[in-house]
Design a protein. Structure first.
Length: 107
């Protein structure tokens, strides 16, 4: 079952510098991770309540938890993690998600 590594970022003080580093340094490192099947990048533009402190969301998809763990333990995964903590460690919240099976009743 596919799993996602979600990276939710608070708005940085310098959006231009964040974007420059993110897309020119971090993305090339991240996209080298073995087993990475897909990545989606999204700018957070608001919330149903109006303003939000969040700026950006990245969703990295892997085939399963074993693939995610292998990617995170690889040299490429370690390089991406080191870079992330260096430029956005105080901004990012990392989560892992799995889809709800179709047969599950969601209340």
């Amino acid at each position: 079952m596919a799993v996602k590594l979600l990276a939710l970022y608070k708005k940085p003080d310098d959006v231009e510098a964040f974007d420059d580093h993110y897309f020119n340094v971090h993305v090339p490192l991240t996209e080298k991770m073995p087993g990475l099947r897909n990545v989606e990048y999204q700018v957070i533009t608001g919330s149903p309540m109006g303003k939000t402190d969040y700026y950006f969301l990245a969703e990295l998809t892997f085939d399963d938890m074993d693939a995610l763990n292998a990617a995170m333990g690889s040299d490429e995964g370690k390089a991406a993690a080191k870079d992330l903590m260096g430029f956005a460690g105080n901004l990012v919240h990392l989560m892992i998600s799995e889809p709800v099976p179709q047969a599950a009743e969601v209340v």
